[in-house]
Write a protein of this length. Structure first.
Length: 451
């Protein structure tokens, strides 16, 4: 990369990028305001808005979206008659989980063993920096050859749909010829990858009630229906013996055609303990990219410490269901709800409340933008050919944009490769990946403008 002026500029900007990422990571911008102050998210949004203004963006605004969060928008005009490219990232992050499990403070960017650690470093505050680096490199080498719109979402991790609803209400705002979603990642460090499919998701809260109040387990246990036990039963019904997801009426036998995921490599990436089996059937790629997957995200019940000898009167759980392309998330939600209701034992009362939902996505990889990206990645990653992979996660905005702008090309790249451990403790970003992908994005914009 060193013989390329764009690459040289990006390399020279990396120390500044580290300082900026540290400033952005320091905001505890979890868009769950019961857990973290709204002011932290507002601070992150204002930081991004200021950064865009400093780069010459016009019409910079904090958009109040229907879910009560803010997305940051800016427009950078290019040459007359040029194409328009929308660059996406999000600044909200997952909660840090158990802060004691982090080797360094989660909201303090820390360099260790060649990586930068901190919540959001890869997912997706690093994506904000990737866009800024690419644009700065182009400005230093002749200018940005396209009109650029930037949108930084404030509630992607919550799946509450604020930006999707806002875009639907203001369809002209994000209109573009091509969209670059900076929120996925390479299949592994050093292997340039575009994500061609995303699983959708639905998120529900299931509540089971059996008694008017808790009862002494010695006096009533054995006959009184235990709500926690009922909840465990219904949650267990969502998996077959081998761990495959089993939601009544939901197909779970699709196969993945594309990049293979070696099982031993997956075990290493997922840090599966020795002797513990993987769950499900089919290839690893089938399981994580082409089939539905249920996960119990949390259960409300008494903690072990301080528990009393009681039959529980009520219990609830948060359940996520990932759905592959070709499956409507709304229909999957209906099937999940019906399954939970029909499998609740003992006539227990059950309530299922939908919390979030996002559709799956499949990109058109035959479009000119993909060739422009392939050529760019070949320069940014010498000797490597761009690969196509799926992504188990969801980015609900993709389908909204595809519906609003059916002629637009949508590409997905990013910094969340397996070593990044996004959503887990000790999330990190590879500065080398940040550098190379920033170069790739800059060269893509140039290639695309010339195409």
């Amino acid at each position: 990369m060193s013989s390329n002026p764009v690459a040289e500029t990006v390399a020279s900007l990396m120390p500044r990028a580290k300082e900026e990422l540290a400033a952005l990571v320091a905001f505890k911008s979890v868009a769950d305001f019961d857990q973290f102050p709204r002011s932290e998210s507002v601070g992150a949004a204002n930081w991004i808005a200021a950064a865009l203004r400093a780069e010459g963006f016009e019409d910079v605004a904090l958009l109040d979206t229907p879910d009560g969060t803010q997305s940051v928008y800016g427009y950078l005009p290019g040459p007359e008659g040029a194409k328009t490219v929308l660059l996406y990232a999000h600044y909200d992050v997952q909660p840090p989980l158990d802060e004691a499990g982090w080797d360094t403070p989660p909201f303090e960017l820390t360099e260790r063993d060649g990586r930068w650690y901190g919540r959001g470093a890869a997912d997706c505050k690093g994506g904000v920096l990737m866009h800024l680096l690419a644009l700065r490199a182009l400005k230093a080498d002749g200018g940005v050859p396209v009109h650029v719109k930037v949108i930084a979402e404030g509630s992607e991790e919550q799946g509450t749909g604020g930006l999707e609803r806002y875009a639907e209400q203001h369809p002209e705002l994000l209109a573009a010829d091509t969209v670059v979603i900076g929120d996925t990642g390479n299949f592994r460090v050093g292997l340039p990858t575009v994500t061609s499919t995303l699983r959708g998701m639905t998120l529900v809260r299931v509540k089971v009630d059996t008694l008017e109040g808790n009862l002494h387990s010695g006096q009533f246990g054995g006959a009184a229906p235990d709500a926690l036990a009922a909840l465990i039963r219904v949650l267990d019904s969502l998996r077959a013996e081998d761990g495959s997801t089993t939601v009544d009426g939901l197909a779970s036998d699709s196969t993945w055609e594309g990049l293979a995921y070696d099982e031993e490599q997956f075990r290493r990436d997922a840090k599966v303990l020795d002797g513990v089996e993987l769950i499900g059937s089919g290839s690893v790629a089938d399981r994580i990219w082409a089939r539905p997957a249920v996960t119990v995200l949390g259960i409300d019940c008494p903690p072990v410490v301080g528990a009393t000898p009681s039959v529980q009167a009520g219990a609830r759980a948060l359940v996520s269901l990932r759905v592959p392309p070709g499956v409507d998330a709304g229909e999957a939600t209906k099937l999940l709800r019906a399954h939970l209701e029909s499998h609740t034992p003992w006539g227990a009362r059950v309530e299922v409340e939908q919390i979030g939902q996002g559709q799956a996505f499949r990109a058109d990889t035959t479009s000119p933008a993909y060739q422009a990206m392939a050529d760019a990645m070949a320069v940014a990653y010498p000797g490597q050919e761009m690969q196509y992979a799926g992504q188990g996660g969801s980015i609900p905005l993709c389908n909204t944009l595809a519906a609003l702008y059916p002629e637009a090309e949508i590409l997905l790249i990013g910094l969340s490769e397996p070593e990044a451990q996004i959503h887990a403790v000790n999330e990190s970003v590879s500065p080398q990946e940040l550098e190379r992908l920033s170069v790739a994005e800059a060269l893509f914009l140039r290639n695309y403008a010339a195409g």
